[in-house]
Design a protein around this ligand. Structure first.
Ligand code: CA
Length: 221
């Protein structure tokens, strides 16, 4: 999952960035509203964490502009604890949820998971399919009831494929969700992770759709 963090406070930004990266999210960070709108024109994100008080173009204007150009990326707005009017304005401007500052990091992560569920059209908190289940809250992976240890990136790939069985993701799409601007990416990185996932989960689970990409089949192959 790739997130865009829009936050002008460097201390807050750094702590949120560290937290989200530790959780295995690919995160890009911009510090003003203009930059956010520019970046969002060329890069797709799974979620935007948007501070409302921003230089150049404030968060509400960013939100209005995004929704006006039909950008449906889920947006979690950050507001001060007592700023109820701002929260209402944010939600009515097209935000999907809000979080109050200072952040409770556990709550922030839970809200991100909830928005992701909604975005992929799922209601259940644990994703299970063809004998494999993953729990985004605990990062537990079970294969036919047995726990399996995955690296953060293997986990991220498994999640993006497992939430939409039958949906093919290209190598490029997977790569874009896996790495932020700052990451050095070798050209065969995705193939290497998929190879390792197959070793851990069984070779049949992740299918290679020749010339298109990868998917997990809807029904037992
Ligand atoms: Ca701010």
């Amino acid at each position: 999952m790739r997130l865009l963090l829009v936050e002008d406070d460097v201390m807050i930004g750094e702590s949120v960035l560290d937290l989200l990266r530790d959780e295995g999210y690919a995160v890009d960070w911009v510090k003003d509203g203009d930059m956010a709108l520019t970046v969002l024109q060329s890069q797709a994100y799974d979620l935007i964490l948007l501070d409302l008080g921003l230089p150049k173009c404030d968060g509400l204007s960013v939100l209005h502009a995004l929704r006006a150009r039909q950008d449906r990326t889920p947006v979690l707005v950050a507001t001060a604890r007592d700023a109820i009017a701002q929260r209402i304005e944010g939600l009515d401007a097209g935000a999907d949820d809000y979080i109050v500052k200072p952040y409770d990091m556990g709550e922030l992560l839970a809200r991100i998971r909830a928005l992701f569920r909604r975005a992929v059209g799922r209601a259940e908190p644990v994703y299970a399919h063809l004998g494999v289940s993953i729990d985004p809250a605990t990062r537990e992976v079970l294969v036919h009831g047995q726990p399996v240890l995955l690296s953060a990136r293997e986990w991220a790939i498994l999640q993006m494929l497992l939430v939409r069985p039958g949906h093919v993701l290209s190598r490029k799409q997977i790569e874009e969700k896996l790495y932020s601007w700052k990451d050095e990416v070798s050209s065969n990185a995705v193939e290497v992770h998929i190879h390792s996932l197959r070793k851990k989960l069984g070779v049949e689970l992740i299918q290679n759709v020749r010339g298109v990409g990868y998917m997990i089949a809807k029904v037992e192959p």
